[in-house]
Design a protein around this ligand. Structure first.
Ligand code: CP
Length: 312
């Protein structure tokens, strides 16, 4: 089954059917990630370029590893070390990469909509690796996969997403995706970090972290994005932690087998305590591993990957 679009720009416009297809393909790719022989020829002859205008560890490295594990040519461009620093526009940079024979460009940009703009001006497929405060679709896919793999389905799950919702493209993509898959998404954070009209996404909004967490199957803590805050949106880190930090006492409000998630990087002791982030309910490390598998699945499907059964 082919995906409906040749680009991965967001979860908002992705069908539940495509999401499930990606998650099932990820299951197969994870076997390769966990194997001793991380080399399959699915992308032989293909070229993947990561174009990052913002910092990244997990997303960029996992795309590079995903491409290499499948035999693709992989290259990376950072804004600071490229002709972007000389003033080259996004479209001109994209076209330059495109005409070198690139099949997929993976882009992270501080401007919401940058991947969409790029996709309209080049022939390669475009994957959004995070655009401003809009979406981070591949993170949401790996988050949904982490739950899907452990629980078999997201249908009927109560999923709490807590923290800096306003700046979080991860929260937006996850709300779109998780509700499409039948989960009830409960969000909580300081009012100053809650976007207007967020209820329209289908999420239930709570003022306190306790109300959002009660009986949750999954609790996702979000990073406080200090780099995107021009003025203080909460009184102090200590105050934030007191009212919205995820600690062991608060985790007890959730179901006993709750999954604790965080997209990373983690500010331990601020939005989540070290004990919770490193505790036995935490699947934060698995999220990182799953990030490679989900990105393999996306690269594979966008380059015309057949049903996995056909290539085994
Ligand atoms: N979760 C995430 O996007 O992490 P990086 O910024 O390290 O890629």
């Amino acid at each position: 089954m082919e995906l409906k679009s040749k680009h991965i720009l967001g979860i908002r416009d992705m069908s539940a059917e495509d999401i499930i297809h990606i998650l099932n393909t990820t299951k197969e790719m994870k076997k390769i990630v966990l194997s001793d022989k991380k080399r399959v020829p699915y992308l032989q002859g293909k070229t993947v370029v990561t174009l990052f205008y913002e910092n990244s560890t997990r997303t960029r490295l996992s795309f590079e590893l995903a491409a290499k594990y499948m035999g693709a040519n992989a290259a990376n461009i950072s804004a600071s070390g490229s002709s972007v620093a000389k003033g080259e526009t996004l479209i001109d940079t994209g076209r330059t990469i495109d005409v070198m024979g690139t099949d997929i460009i993976v882009i992270r940009h501080s401007m919401s909509g940058a991947p969409h703009l790029l996709s309209k001006n080049i022939s390669a497929s475009v994957i959004n690796a995070g655009d401003g405060m809009n979406e981070h679709p591949t993170q949401a896919l790996l988050d949904m996969f982490t739950i899907y793999e452990k629980r078999g389905s997201l249908e009927g799950m109560r999923i709490a997403i807590v923290g800096d919702i306003y700046h979080s493209r991860v929260a937006r993509s996850n709300i779109w995706g998780m509700t499409k898959l039948g989960a009830e998404v409960c969000i909580a954070g300081p009012r100053t970090l809650m976007p207007k009209e967020i209820e329209k996404t289908g999420a239930k909004v709570f003022d306190s972290i306790q109300e959002a967490i009660i009986d949750a199957d999954v609790v996702m803590s979000l990073r406080i994005q200090l780099e995107r805050q021009k003025s203080g949106l909460f009184p102090s880190p200590r105050e934030y932690s007191k009212f919205f930090g995820l600690d062991e006492k608060r985790v007890k409000l959730a179901k006993p087998d709750v999954l604790i998630m965080h997209p990373g990087p983690v500010n331990k002791g601020l939005e989540i305590s070290s004990a919770v982030a490193e505790g036995d309910k935490s699947v934060i490390d698995e999220q990182v591993t799953n990030g490679v598998a989900v990105r393999m699945a996306l690269l594979y499907l966008l380059t015309g990957g057949k049903e996995i059964a056909d290539i085994n």
